[in-house]
Design a protein around this ligand. Structure first.
Ligand code: SAH
Length: 227
């Protein structure tokens, strides 16, 4: 066993001790090599429970937050899932092990291209990814059984996303109010009725409208293992 494997096992134990009980979520996180998704210079921190930069001023989320969001989705292998904010593609890969199909949208084309390479490399063929504004959802593929947003909405989540969730479906989304962000779970009970629960305090990059201009955040670029 190499040192990354040891670090990975330690991380899974940390997630378990922090209250993640769904063994399928823990197993999926054990299967996805987070070290492939982080800057080469930070490889030794891949399995620390921290967010890390992925370029364009964006971050790969903290593992405990990935685990909490994934667990809150209550996935099964029949689920069609929309992810807004592909970023590095790490969360998409975790989801891909637990559901039927993942549709994921990223507003930075350059990040999307890197993520597509990872899906190929890891032979995950049930992920469909596009560059676009995920605040509008993906009307051609709606409705979705589950929606996960990995960037913080200002106030209420975009109405297009709530509309594109199936009745009985679950959405998890970080929501920002003033200085604070909270991870919120919406369960759609009727056409316009939701059961809402706050899960934990979080810190995400903001959910922004429209495709990013090629220059946006380019001073925050990094080298990745597969670059
Ligand atoms: N799930 C990612 C985390 C990425 S950080 C991972 O595992 O690495 C959040 C991402 O959301 C950023 O890449 C950012 O560019 C993207 N984003 C922000 N607003 C968006 C929008 N409206 N549509 C699509 N992507 C968006």
């Amino acid at each position: 066993m190499n040192s990354q494997d040891t670090r990975k096992i330690r991380l899974v134990m940390l997630l378990r001790n922090a209250g993640i009980t769904d063994t399928s979520v823990l197993a999926a996180m054990e299967r996805v090599p987070r070290d492939f998704f982080v800057p080469a210079a930070m490889a030794d921190q891949s399995y620390d429970d921290i967010a890390l930069p992925i370029g364009r001023g964006q971050t790969i989320s903290q593992p405990l937050v990935v685990a909490t969001m994934t667990e809150a989705l209550k996935l099964d292998d029949r689920c069609k899932v929309l992810e807004v904010g592909t970023g590095s593609g790490y969360q998409s890969c975790v989801l891909a092990h637990l559901c039927r199909r993942v549709y994921t949208i990223e507003r930075h084309k350059s990040l999307l291209i890197e993520a597509l390479k990872m899906f190929d490399e890891l032979k995950l063929h049930n992920i469909t990814a596009i560059a676009g504004d995920g605040m509008k959802g993906w009307p051609e593929q709606a409705p979705f059984d589950r929606i996960i947003v990995t960037a913080a909405a200002q106030g209420d989540p975009p109405s297009a996303l709530l509309d594109q969730l199936k009745i009985g479906g679950i959405m998890v989304v970080p929501v920002a109010t003033n200085e604070h962000q909270v991870l919120r779970r919406y369960k759609k009970e009727g056409e316009d009725t939701f059961a809402v629960k706050d899960l934990m305090g979080v810190r995400f990059v903001p959910l922004l409208p429209n495709l990013a201009a090629p220059s946006e955040g380019s001073d925050g670029d990094i080298n990745r293992k597969l670059a």
